[in-house]
Design a protein around this ligand. Structure first.
Ligand code: PLP
Length: 369
């Protein structure tokens, strides 16, 4: 039996009746845009994140653009972030005419190396976007000290980290704004595109509500130049059901990570993911590092095991950014990690015998080198 990288159908099968009924209730009411379904999910998600406010959006990408807009990031500004992330992190920065400034990563967590951030701050720096990559939190305290010192904002890209903890606090609610994606394969995913922004700042919250929905103060009065970044009511209904299961699913992912860790400990060529003392990792992805990564990927594929690479090209090397002169320094840790990381199947429904099969294949691969 093939082992996929994620198995959304298995998850749906386990909550099918609740999901079907939630979707048909929205259709029966024909209340598809914003309204009670969206606001009650926003309330639940804000509570889940230990944040005061949440604003549902059409995707994680639009949540990031909304956050930057609310913080006044615009042409000529600089935003510090990691090159080792999905491109959406910087798309929104460039969309607003600002420039992403890349800072290299830590080799153990693959997250932004906060010790290197201060050197990259200039008069133009308006914000920092730490990305809680794979579900492991960035070391935020040091970053918050820097942000306070230079009066710049922190937007947490928590698109891969629903429910992860930093020193006991939920990520997303620690910086000025937190952004989440509900892309289907996320730990909390909807049945299409969706996202959300969370904040404890009332002013940012009020701005986000305005910008999200055409800058309107009432039906046809538009007081600012806004966007259509709304979250669908059907997606909110799906998410409201799934949110109740999120902690349980995250715990099962953690259990599966522990099984992987125990098995892979015996393999000298494998570098396993780590969990820092300050962190509760929620394993959106279970990523190991290994030499000849591409050969391992092919070997797993030949044996019916899917895997992923997050990410094969760091952002400073993406063809789309080639002519933009975004980065004049080398980022060796990101470069190196992009050559060795491989994401193994990870989801709540993954079972021990599937992990055993994956482990045996990696062991066979190691023995064949
Ligand atoms: C780190 C990160 N940032 C931003 C995004 C963008 O989210 P979306 O695909 O919902 O626009 C993603 C989604 O894959 C992501 O992983």
């Amino acid at each position: 039996m093939k082992i996929p990288l994620v198995d959304l159908k298995k998850q749906y099968d386990s909550i099918r009746d609740e999901i079907d009924s939630a979707i048909s209730q929205v259709i029966n009411k024909s209340a598809f845009i914003l309204g009670e379904e969206v606001s009650s999910f926003e309330e639940n998600f804000a509570k889940f994140c230990q944040a005061k406010y949440a604003v549902g959006t059409s995707s994680g990408t639009s949540a990031l653009q909304l956050a930057l807009t609310c913080l006044g990031v615009s042409k000529g500004d600089e935003v510090i972030t990691t090159p080792f992330t999905f491109i959406a992190t910087t798309e929104s920065v460039l969309e607003l005419g600002a420039k992403p400034v890349f800072v290299d990563i830590e080799k153990d967590t693959y997250n932004l190396d906060v010790n290197r951030v201060e050197k990259s701050i200039t008069k133009k720096t308006k914000a920092i976007i730490p990305v809680h990559l794979y579900g492991h939190p960035v070391d935020l305290d040091a970053l918050i000290d820097i942000a306070k010192k230079y009066k710049i904002a922190i937007i947490e890209d928590a698109c891969q980290a629903h429910g992860a903890l930093y020193k006991g606090r939920k990520v997303g609610s620690i910086g000025d704004v937190g952004c989440f994606s509900f892309y289907p394969g996320k730990n909390l995913g909807c049945y299409g595109d969706g996202g959300i922004l969370v904040t404890n700042d009332e002013e940012i919250y009020k701005k986000a509500l305005l910008f999200r929905d055409h800058g309107k103060s009432d039906k046809y009065t538009h007081i600012i130049h806004g966007y259509n970044f709304r979250l669908d009511a059907i997606q909110a209904a799906v998410l409201k059901v799934k949110l109740k299961y999120l902690d349980g699913w995250n715990n099962k992912r953690r259990k599966n990570a522990e099984i992987y860790n125990n098995r892979l400990s015996g393999l000298r060529t494998v570098i396993k993911p780590i969990e820092k003392d300050y962190a509760k990792h929620i394993y959106h992805l279970y990523v190991i590092s290994i030499k000849e990564r591409d050969k391992l990927k092919s070997f797993l594929k030949e044996n019916d095991v899917d895997s992923g690479i997050h990410y094969p090209i760091p952002l400073h090397k993406q063809p789309v950014y080639a002519g933009m002169k975004l980065c004049d320094k080398s980022l060796p840790v990101s470069d190196k990690c992009s050559e060795s990381v491989i994401s193994l199947p990870m989801y709540a429904e993954l079972n021990e015998s599937q992990i055993e099969k994956i482990y045996s294949l990696i062991k066979r691969f190691q023995e064949s080198r």
